[in-house]
Design a protein around this ligand. Sequence first.
Ligand code: SF4
Length: 228
Amino acid sequence: MNIGGLIRNSLIDFPGRPTVVVFTQGCNWRCPYCHNAALIPLHGVNQIAPDAVFAVLDQRPATARSLVVTGGEPTLQPGLISFLQEAKRRCVTVKLDSNGSRPMTLREIIQAELVDYIALDVKGPLARYPKYCGKRVTLAALRESIHLVMLSGVDYEFRTTVVPALHSVDDIAAVGHELAGGRHLYLQPFRSEQTLRPKLLGSDEPSRAFLESCAERARRWIPTTIRI
Ligand code: SF4
């Protein structure tokens, strides 16, 4: 497990729970608006040992242990399953963030009951995905991840970062359509102070009015679409 970052106590990363957050190192995508570009290379400058994470969790009472595993893309980590098994041995409540590119790993984690909450990124309409994730993608894999999560019985959310330079209101409506029947869709505003693609640096962030128009259109398909 290659961990490139750790937050010891976050109040915003796991709905309703103060949590430890680990950032896995390495991502298979290159989203132009990526806020965590330092976590994209497979080898980063920070290396945090899994034992250091468990030491932080062990300081909390067993009933108050929660952990968010985010990235980078956590499902790329060969040690992810054993890391989550170790967390579960400690009665930790686990949220996993994923870009959905590796449904086989997601399936394994769900079937082994190693996760309590999944946040799945859906970056834009599937038909134009490379524009949003910066890579060629296997659409069948993304669709499989979406269906897996919806049918998993695990609490979940879909999440889209809204970037005015890349998304129109119609694009977000199309995302809603593709996720029709899903539980929650969170629309989070793009932040322009740190981006992978230099062209987006300092570019327009979505206004509340724009985000609300996007949410309104997506609510036709997912009534609980929430703009953050
Ligand atoms: S925003 Fe995109 S490139 Fe950045 S970590 Fe997430 S999936 Fe990878």
